[in-house]
Design a protein around this ligand. Structure first.
Ligand SMILES: [Cu+2]
Length: 274
C-alpha cells in the first residue's frame, strides 16, 4: 500500500513538473520570438528578392526558438532534478530500455517540421529565381582581389562595356553571369540578399531586380586568399536615364541614351574599366 501511494505521488509531481515546464517554455519562447523578430538582422532591402528571403528567415526564427527553448529547458531541468546527491556516488541510474511512444514523437514531429520548411524554402527559391521579362545580363568576374563587370551589347551600350564599378538601373531585372579567373570567390550584395560562388571554368548565375536607388556594398563571401577582406566594391543603383548616360559615357562612344548606339567601329573610345 505504501508503494502505491509513493507511485501516485511521484506521478502527480511529474505531471506538475511537466505543466510547469510547458508554461515556462511557452512564456520564454514568446519573449525570445518577440526579441528575435525585433532585431534587424539584415541591411536595407534593395531588391525584390529581399522581402521573401527575410520573411523566410522570420519563419525559421519563429519555428526554431520553441525548439531551442524545449531542448534547453529539458537539459537544465534534468541537470537540476536528476543531479547526483551526496551519498549517491556509488549508485547507478535506473536501467531504461527506451520508450517507443516518445521516440516516435521525437522522430515524427521534427521530420514533419523539416519537410514543411523545406517545401516552403523551395517555393521561395523557385519564386525569386524565376526568369523575368526583359532581363539585362551583367557579367561579373572575380579575381584576386577585385571584381570586374561587363555589360554585353544587349544591355543598351551597343557594344561590350567593361567597368570596375557596378551600375544598375532601378526596377530593371538583372541576370548576373558569374565567372572567376583564378580561385573560387563568392559574389554577394547583402542588400540584395542573393549570393553565389564564382567558380573558375564554370558560369554560375543569379537574378535580382533592384528596387531602391543608392549605393550598396559588394562583398566577396568566399575566403580566396590574403587580400580576401579587401575584395569589396560598391553597386550604384540609379534611375534608368542616369544608367543609360553612365553606360554611354563608359562605352566612350558618346552613344545617346536609349540603347541606340552607333554601329561598332564608328567610335574610337576605350572600353577599359576605370
Ligand atoms: Cu574573394
Amino acid at each position: 500500500m505504501a508503494d502505491t501511494g509513493t507511485e501516485e505521488r511521484s506521478e502527480r509531481s511529474s505531471k506538475k513538473n511537466l505543466t510547469q515546464m510547458l508554461a515556462v517554455g511557452t512564456i520564454v519562447s514568446a519573449i525570445l520570438i518577440a526579441l528575435a523578430l525585433s532585431i534587424h538582422w539584415f541591411p536595407t532591402q534593395a531588391s525584390t528578392q529581399a522581402g521573401p528571403i527575410d520573411t523566410l528567415y522570420d519563419v525559421l526564427l519563429i519555428v526554431s526558438v520553441p525548439v531551442f527553448v524545449l531542448v534547453v529547458t529539458v537539459v537544465l531541468f534534468s541537470v537540476w532534478k536528476f543531479r547526483r546527491r551526496p551519498g549517491q556516488e556509488l549508485t547507478d541510474g535506473p536501467p531504461i530500455h527506451g520508450n517507443t511512444r516518445v521516440e516516435v514523437i521525437w522522430t515524427a514531429v521534427p521530420a514533419v517540421m523539416l519537410l514543411a520548411l523545406c517545401v516552403y524554402a523551395y517555393a521561395v527559391l523557385y519564386q525569386i529565381e524565376k526568369p523575368q521579362k526583359g532581363e539585362m545580363v551583367v557579367d561579373v568576374t572575380g579575381q584576386q582581389f577585385a571584381w570586374q563587370f561587363s555589360y554585353p551589347p544587349s544591355s543598351g551600350g551597343g557594344k561590350t562595356v567593361l567597368s570596375d564599378q557596378l551600375y544598375l538601373p532601378k526596377g530593371q531585372p538583372i541576370e548576373f553571369k558569374l565567372h572567376a579567373k583564378d580561385v573560387i570567390h563568392s559574389f554577394w550584395v547583402p542588400s540584395f540578399r542573393m549570393k553565389s560562388d564564382t567558380v573558375p571554368g564554370v558560369t554560375t548565375s543569379y537574378r535580382v531586380t533592384p528596387t531602391q536607388t543608392g549605393n550598396f556594398a559588394i562583398v566577396c563571401a568566399e575566403l580566396c586568399g590574403l587580400g580576401h577582406s579587401t575584395m569589396r566594391s560598391t553597386v550604384h543603383v540609379v534611375e534608368q536615364p542616369a544608367f543609360e548616360q553612365w553606360l554611354a559615357k563608359k562605352g566612350g562612344g558618346g552613344a545617346p541614351p536609349g540603347g541606340t548606339a552607333p554601329p561598332t567601329g564608328s567610335s574610337g573610345g576605350s572600353q577599359g574599366g576605370g
